[in-house]
Design a protein around this ligand. Structure first.
Ligand code: SF4
Length: 204
């Protein structure tokens, strides 16, 4: 069922700190919207589409498609899915962060999540992204694209099998943590905790 699917955004919370999704999905304490998040939203609303077009020269695109996979247990809405002239499928997002465009999991875990959903549950046929349901797909997603609102540049990033495996493992851990409700034991540098909104709960 749709409501039972975990949002893909849970992955970036997980790769930031395992306690982050605990606060969000186990004890339901959402972080208030910050100025950076608001700024990010405004950039999303502006037309960054031309930059993606210049970089990818796609033959087709989908703007904010709702993607889901019951098998993976996740759903989400990337900013775009592009289809190149060679029929390559790339999920793409606009990011408001100086680190955007790096291939670290903290920065691209959501895009790896979208890549996995596309591989598990979608085929591109007749100019449409179709859900395959229970049928296995032959879809392979090898890259994603990121528009960095700081540099105003689009980077393409390789999505290796290793990245996919790490995200699949993280998904399993996330689901089991949410199911058990166990408080994760973590060790994070103080420099990270000092800037984290959940510090008030970790260090009351
Ligand atoms: S304060 Fe530190 S340990 Fe707690 S959620 Fe934030 S980063 Fe993780």
């Amino acid at each position: 069922m749709e409501d039972e699917l975990l949002p893909v955004t849970a992955l970036s919370h997980y790769f930031f700190c395992k306690r982050d999704p605990y606060y969000l999905y186990v004890v339901h304490i959402p972080e208030p919207i910050t100025e950076t998040m608001e700024a990010g939203k405004q950039v999303h609303d502006r037309d960054t589409f031309q930059a993606f077009l210049r970089k990818l020269e796609p033959k087709h695109f989908f703007r904010k498609p709702v993607l889901r996979s019951a098998e993976l247990g996740i759903s989400g809405v990337p900013d775009y899915v592009f289809i190149t002239k060679h029929s390559e499928i790339l999920p793409a997002e606009v990011k408001y962060s100086p680190q955007a465009g790096r291939s670290s999991l903290k920065s691209i875990s959501q895009l790896v999540g979208y890549a996995l959903i596309l591989e598990y549950n979608y085929v591109y046929r007749g100019n449409e992204l179709l859900e395959s349901g229970d049928a296995k797909t032959k879809t392979v997603v090898k890259r994603c694209a990121v528009y960095n609102a700081y540099s105003k540049k689009v980077d393409t990033i390789e999505i290796t099998q290793e990245l996919k495996n790490r995200v699949l493992k993280a998904l399993e851990e996330l689901k089991s943590m949410i199911q058990s409700g166990e408080f994760p034991s973590v060790r994070q540098p103080w420099s990270k905790c000092a800037n984290c909104w959940y510090r008030r709960y970790c260090y009351p």
